[in-house]
Write a protein that binds this ligand. Structure first.
Ligand SMILES: NC(=O)c1ccc[n+]([C@@H]2O[C@H](COP(=O)([O-])OP(=O)(O)OC[C@H]3O[C@@H](n4cnc5c(N)ncnc54)[C@H](O)[C@@H]3O)[C@@H](O)[C@H]2O)c1
Length: 424
């Protein structure tokens, strides 16, 4: 197994380094990419962002965005940097296995963009970043975000998602942050049955996996800092987000890359659980709307109208990447396989986003169009954006004792679902 323990940690900026626009601080060095095959791949990619634009807030000047080299936050970093030249955007990221500076390299010549390599679980780094950049606003996205890994590596999820959030809150309190937007997830509510109404922000939290539990716990800390210390916070609970720039460990980019490699996809269980999917530009617009119009102390759901089962999603991807249509039994059996289910797999999530819509936000990109754009991007960049991704394309990658993601060899897909989603 040891030969398979790949060094996944990307090369990145020296910890603590701040790189502002095209200027580099004396004594620090930065490599601009985690890619081993094509360091310039980002130069060939379109610059993707949201579409909203508000009157800049007078109380916002320097925005620290944690997890800025990861998926959702990189859309927000690009969107805010390019849409609001009067804001300084500081992307703060540890550069974990799922991140890449390719996600924000296009901003390197923009004077209102900086990158700070730091870990949210290290108080001195967080405080240094906030003080050095006179940060007044925090958008906190950084997290261990992959549910499958949380079943095997749950301490790591508590450490980053709970303790890391605590460090940010404590630092925010010390420097007097004016606006702290905490990014949570719809998974904190737990599953919602088919016949149940969409959940409002006032619904109780019943997380069912270690990832969701750590996100719910982080919310409790945010709430406590709001009450105890008057920390000006907002909590955001989003549906699944998808689109270009997402590390291929999640279902849409992972299956897109597998099909592009002419390999079958392997579904957990029978593929019947459903999820709602929001295209990343719509998510960027939601965070922009909440930053500019959200009311302090409030919670906002971010919801999509596109709900689809994992199996139907597979069919759509096969249709896009491996036509002729997957509806034929032969094509289904060729491209869609099954393995055992997660220890627990929520049937569905369903949030009511009307409170956010009342702030003026709306979903603009439907699933068909979003999938087409996503598949197209992965066909061009999926294999070179993060370097070698083969180890994450297995059905249940694990985490080694060194904390690194390793492939899983046990689960060759079967043609039919496991009985009750369990091994026979
Ligand atoms: N992806 C989704 O569908 C989705 C849906 C709802 C909510 N969310 C939430 O949105 C946020 C972003 O999710 P994502 O999918 O973009 O995640 P991601 O895994 O793509 O990115 C996470 C980023 O956080 C960074 N990071 C991890 N640990 C860190 C640490 N200790 N210090 C500093 N940086 C660290 C990583 O390097 C990475 O860049 C998360 O909080 C997640 O819970 C995601």
């Amino acid at each position: 197994m040891s030969r398979l323990l790949r060094r996944l940690r990307p090369f990145g900026a020296t910890p603590g380094a701040t790189v502002q626009g095209s200027r580099r601080t004396e004594g620090y060095h930065t490599k601009t990419s985690t890619t081993t095959t094509d360091d310039d791949v980002w130069k060939h990619a379109p610059t993707l962002k949201g579409s909203t634009c508000f009157e800049p807030r007078p109380d916002v000047k320097n925005i620290m965005i944690t997890g800025g080299a990861g998926f959702i936050a990189c859309w927000v970093v690009r969107h805010l940097t390019l849409t609001y030249p009067s804001y300084n955007i500081i992307s703060f990221d540890k550069l974990d296995y799922c991140s890449t500076l390719n996600n924000t390299n296009v901003l390197s010549s923009h004077p209102n963009f900086s990158f700070y390599q730091g870990d949210i679980t290290t108080p001195s780094s967080v405080l240094d970043c906030m003080e050095r950049h006179n940060v007044d606003t925090v958008l906190h996205f950084a997290a261990q975000s992959h549910v499958d890994l949380s079943f095997g590596n749950s301490y790591g999820f508590t450490q980053t998602n709970v303790y890391g959030t605590h460090v940010l809150l404590e630092s925010a309190k010390k420097v007097g942050i004016k606006r702290f937007v905490h990014i949570s997830t719809d998974e904190v509510y737990g599953e919602v049955k088919e016949d149940e109404d969409d959940l409002l922000e006032s619904s109780i939290l019943q997380p069912t996996n270690p990832y969701a539990a750590s996100k719910a716990a982080a919310e409790m800390l945010v709430h406590s800092y709001q009450k105890s210390f008057k920390l000006p916070g907002i909590i955001v609970r989003s549906n699944n987000v998808y689109g270009p720039h997402q590390y291929p460990e999640k279902i849409i980019p992972k299956f897109s890359c597998l099909l592009r490699r002419a390999q079958p996809v392997v579904l957990h269980g029978d593929g019947s659980p459903t999820r709602r999917y929001l295209y990343a530009s719509d998510a960027a617009d939601a965070f922009d709307t909440i930053l500019h119009r959200g009311i302090l102390g409030q919670i906002y759901n971010v919801g999509s109208s596109d709900e689809i089962s994992n199996l139907d999603l597979c069919h759509k991807l096969v249709d896009l990447i491996r036509p002729p249509a997957s509806s034929s039994t032969g094509a289904s059996r060729r491209w869609i396989k099954y393995t055992h289910d997660r220890p627990f797999n929520d049937r569905r999530y369903a949030v009511d986003a009307s409170k956010l819509r009342r702030l003026g936000w709306s979903q603009k990109v439907g699933l068909e169009e979003g999938l087409r754009r996503t598949v197209d991007w992965y066909s061009k960049f999926g294999e070179s954006w993060w370097g070698n991704i083969t180890h994450v394309l297995t059905p249940f990658p694990g985490v080694s004792e060194l904390g690194e993601v390793v492939p899983d060899f046990e689960h060759d897909g079967r043609d039919e679902p496991w009985e009750n989603g369990k091994r026979g």
